[in-house]
Design a protein around this ligand. Structure first.
Ligand SMILES: Cc1ncc(COP(=O)(O)O)c(C=O)c1O
Length: 390
């Protein structure tokens, strides 16, 4: 179908300056990976987010895998994860040996909270994964408290909520690990793939470079002749006397250099999305068919604009928007326990009624940064007309 407003596979275009940075680094950087731009990106990210340690990686899934690896799960260990999220929030932890326990979402905010997480804690719980889904920063303090009380790792999946904060403290800095994505859909994207892992504890931060790049580590001996002994040092990263297998999860220099300049635009992109979201939400407030989650401050970046469609009218709403208005809305975040992948692994059981209800009645509007003001006006008018028609 030819849509007037498609649900785009990318989030934004690039400015002239961003294009020039890419061209320049593409032509001149030596090396093209793990060079000065990686360092610059990590340092700037630390400053922006308010973290001591940041590691650029090839995507957020790799960052989740690294954090999962550091948890060092033992047989029978469990981790708590929202059922309502993208699949990559969960499977890296299963790959590293833990069993998921699915937490339900809160009806209004559409994310997990301390109460829904608490219900999932058992003596086998070793980690909690929270996901700031749709761009909304979860109320973290009570969750941090829970994690401390039960001695659990706390991982924040900030793939969608980069730049949001609660009273100035940025999403990702509450837990032991914060995971960010620069995937094509995200509010800023380093040419389609990219990620960042922030780490609170120096002990973990010290082994990430080795885990990230094939076990390579700096020489701990003097080498008067640079060529001997030859080849980079390769060792097994170790943590608490246990060895961890390395990976290759590096992000290229072109992407890192682009990330450096994109960070300057993140607040502006987030602010524009929030302003547009609030305009739409407020103008639709008299229509009760759609229920939005309205947040005025920087706690929400409206990475996605989603609504609950009441009275079982979701499908007719989407059909009309698609066929009559040529607007491509989508349905998002299939409850993970309902996926074949998790069912085949034996993780199909969940008690998440809000997750099911939201997924079965939600709509996600096309809402990328490339949309023009006239697209937003058309979207708004089309929603109004569709609701009136229904
Ligand atoms: C909530 C969430 N977590 C994790 C990911 C994985 O990110 P990446 O594609 O950078 O691996 C995504 C999206 O792609 C996501 O939306």
């Amino acid at each position: 179908m030819n849509f007037k407003i498609p649900f785009s596979g990318r989030a934004h275009t690039y400015t002239k300056k961003e294009q020039e940075v890419v061209m320049e680094v593409m032509q001149n950087a030596i090396p093209l990976t793990q060079g000065c731009f990686q360092n610059e990106f990590q340092e700037k990210f630390c400053q922006y987010i308010g973290s001591d340690f940041a590691f650029a990686v090839n995507n957020a899934t790799a960052a989740l895998e690294l954090s999962a690896q550091i948890c060092q799960f033992k047989n029978g260990d469990e981790f708590i994860c929202p059922a309502h999220t993208f699949t990559a929030s969960a499977y890296p932890f299963i790959k590293k040996g833990a069993k998921p326990v699915w937490a339900d979402i809160d009806k209004e905010t559409r994310v997990v909270n301390a109460n829904t997480i608490k219900l999932c804690i058992t003596p086998k719980t070793k980690a909690i994964v929270v996901v700031h889904l749709y761009g909304f920063c979860i109320d973290m303090e009570p969750i941090v408290k829970l994690a401390k009380e039960h001695n659990l790792f706390l991982i924040e999946d900030v793939a969608q909520a980069m730049g949001t904060d609660i009273n100035g403290k940025k999403a990702g800095t509450f837990g032991d690990f914060g995971v960010f994505s620069f995937h094509s859909h995200k509010n800023i994207t380093t040419l389609g793939e990219g990620g960042m892992l922030i780490v609170k504890d120096k002990k973990y931060a010290e082994i990430i470079p080795q885990l990230r790049h094939n076990g390579h580590c700096a020489w701990d001996i003097e080498r008067p002749n640079y060529w001997t002994p030859a080849m980079g040092n390769v060792d097994l990263p170790s943590l608490d006397d246990k060895y961890l297998m390395p990976n290759n999860y590096c992000l290229g220099e072109v992407e890192c250099a682009l990330g450096v300049v994109l960070l300057d635009r993140l607040d502006e992109i987030n602010a524009q999305k929030r302003e547009r979201a609030l305009k739409i939400i407020d103008e639709l407030s008299k229509y009760k068919l759609l229920q939005f989650h309205r947040v005025e401050d920087n706690r929400h970046n409206y990475h996605l604009l989603v609504a609950y469609v009441k009275d079982g009218k979701r499908d007719i709403f989407m059909k009309k928007m698609s066929e009559e208005k040529k607007i491509q809305c989508v349905v998002q975040y299939y409850p993970l326990n309902r996926y074949d992948l998790y069912q085949k692994l034996g993780f199909g059981g969940a008690n998440c009624p809000q997750t099911d209800d939201f997924f079965d009645n939600m709509v996600s509007f096309p809402f990328n940064h490339m949309l023009y003001d006239y697209d937003i006006d058309y979207l708004l008018e089309s929603i109004k007309e569709t609701i009136e028609d229904i």
